[in-house]
Design a protein around this ligand. Structure first.
Ligand SMILES: CC(C)(COP(=O)(O)OP(=O)(O)OC[C@H]1O[C@@H](n2cnc3c(N)ncnc32)[C@H](O)[C@@H]1OP(=O)(O)O)[C@@H](O)C(=O)NCCC(=O)NCCS
Length: 159
């Protein structure tokens, strides 16, 4: 988590992301995916935070500058969407300043007002609230019936 905190800090210093305390990060440790280089150093991170049975947020996406442009950001987005699919969550949203990147990853822009009120809990604690210029985007997650069946088959095989 210190490596994730440091990665986020490099962008938070430039007001591109929200700074996160270590306590906050450890509380959400199970939500994180990381990308590492061959020596095991963290070079990318993203988290999927579940809000409800049909809604999750992709947050804390960051890729170390030395690793930009290699598909790592897209890979982290896909890891979060796969996790949402596994949980059968139909919609993943994000609030971001890099809307063009998310559009390339299958998201589309929506009006922030379309997001349910419960997601603003974190925002009201942010120093930028209510004048933040982040853009809201959503991506629909395809819930495949075969996915559920495959899981059941596997469970049967284990028995
Ligand atoms: C945004 C970020 C995660 C992208 O990571 P990355 O690993 O460089 O991105 P990828 O290599 O996976 O790029 C995937 C595609 O998005 C494009 N892309 C990358 N960054 C982009 C940006 N800032 N704006 C628009 N398009 C972008 C790439 O060109 C690539 O397009 P292609 O498929 O047509 O070739 C990274 O630049 C970053 O960490 N930025 C600072 C932190 C930040 O803003 N995080 C988002 C907070 S919500």
């Amino acid at each position: 988590m210190p490596a994730i905190q440091e990665l986020i800090r490099t962008f938070a210093d430039r007001k591109l992301m929200i700074r996160r305390s270590l306590g906050e990060l450890y509380e959400s440790i199970r939500e994180f995916f990381v990308a590492t280089d061959p020596s095991g150093q963290v070079i990318g991170c993203a988290a999927l935070h579940v809000f409800w049975d049909d809604l999750a947020e992709l947050k804390c996406l960051a890729v170390s500058e030395r690793a930009h442009g290699q598909g790592i950001g897209r890979g982290l987005v896909e890891a979060c969407v796969d996790a949402a699919q596994e949980l059968e969550i139909k919609t993943v949203f994000t609030l971001t300043y890099v809307a063009d990147f998310f559009e390339k990853c299958g998201y589309h822009r929506i009006d922030k007002a379309e997001l349910p009120h419960k997601i603003w809990n974190e925002c009201v604690r942010c120093p930028l609230f209510p004048n933040c210029t982040e853009i809201a985007l959503v991506r629909s997650v395809v819930i495949e019936p075969e996915f559920v069946t495959a899981g059941l088959d596997h469970a049967t095989n284990l028995r």
